[in-house]
Ligand binder design. Structure first.
Ligand code: NAP
Length: 275
């Protein structure tokens, strides 16, 4: 039986499955198998990037699955080293995937010091207009970067994919997203490898007969985030999808809200440090 994952309406009229499968650090040699497992257990949304060097494996998994392309949501991202030639890089991504369009194309990092992200955003707008990306967005953008692209082009990114997990809930950035109709997509949704061992999560998990990972992903769904957990293991991929048969209470949500450490909870690279 295929799990029905809710969708989030984006600001350009498309709808993205709220739970997807990420393939960061998935070995290119094993990506076809691992992404294929994800499709078999029911995912219909895969998040890759040129920088992961595994777009070819994602495309292979899609073709092997027999699932119609239009039933899938595939996101890829412009690599940092390609900001000076986004059009060529985009075409290379399409070629690697073996598709004639992607559902979502993102600028992977703003590269604040380099400072050409507004021009890069204009290239993504052209790609959108060509129909080869159904939606466009950004990743790791902070408020100042978002404000600049909106001011300079009048086109608001559909999505901002950022580090976001129970210990780093990104309240200010999310408030800006909500004001501007930008969907929030969480990377490191599980914390990026070491799940939080907070007793609160253990207690909530026990109360629902679920795992901590499932509770955390359910929290993402209930607070309106798009989440893209990764697992090399088929059974964990299936476990992470099995979160639509229970609901966290208002009290449980507020206990999880209390786990936020603000900036102190950040585990990955700060966007201003990425060069
Ligand atoms: N835009 C960006 O800059 C950016 C940066 C980082 C990530 N991302 C995207 O976000 C996706 C998710 O991030 P991520 O993969 O780094 O971190 P994550 O999904 O938060 O965590 C993945 C880790 O959790 C483990 N795991 C998965 N399911 C589990 C479960 N049910 N129980 C216990 N452990 C479990 C995985 O181990 P096993 O694989 O061994 O199961 C892996 O070590 C990436 O794949 C990528 O698509 C984007």
């Amino acid at each position: 039986m295929t799990t029905t994952v809710p969708t989030i309406a984006l600001n350009n009229g498309t709808s993205i499955p709220q739970l997807g499968f990420g393939v960061f650090r998935v070995d290119p040699e094993r990506t076809a198998e691992i992404a294929g497992n994800a499709l078999e257990v029911g995912y219909r949304h895969i998040d890759t990037a040129a920088g992961y060097h595994n777009e070819a494996g994602v495309g292979e998994a899609v073709r092997a699955s027999g699932i119609a392309r239009e039933q899938l949501w595939i996101t890829t991202k412009l690599a940092n080293g390609d900001q000076e030639h986004p059009e060529d890089a985009f075409q290379a991504s399409l070629d690697a995937l073996g598709f004639d369009y992607v559902d979502l194309y993102l600028i992977h990092w703003p590269l604040h010091e380099k400072g050409i992200f507004p021009q890069v955003w204009k290239s993504l707008i052209s790609i959108l207009e060509s129909g080869r990306a159904k939606s466009i967005g950004v990743s790791n953008f902070q408020v100042e970067h978002l404000q600049r692209v909106i001011d300079e082009t009048g086109v608001t990114p559909a999505v901002n994919q950022v580090e976001l997990h129970v210990e780093f809930q990104q309240r200010e950035l999310k408030a800006f997203h909500d004001q501007h109709g930008i969907a929030t997509e969480a990377w490191y949704p599980l914390g990026g490898g070491s799940l939080s061992e907070a007793p609160v999560l253990e207690r909530i998990a026990q109360a629902h007969g679920k795992s901590v990972a499932q509770v955390v992903l359910r929290w993402h769904m209930q607070v309106g985030n798009i989440a893209i957990p990764k697992s090399n293991h088929r059974e964990r991929a299936a476990e992470n999808l099995d979160i639509f048969d229970f609901e966290l209470t208002a009290d449980e949500l507020s206990q999880i809200a209390g786990l936020d450490k603000g900036e102190g909870g950040r585990r990955g690279t700060h966007p201003l440090q990425m060069r």
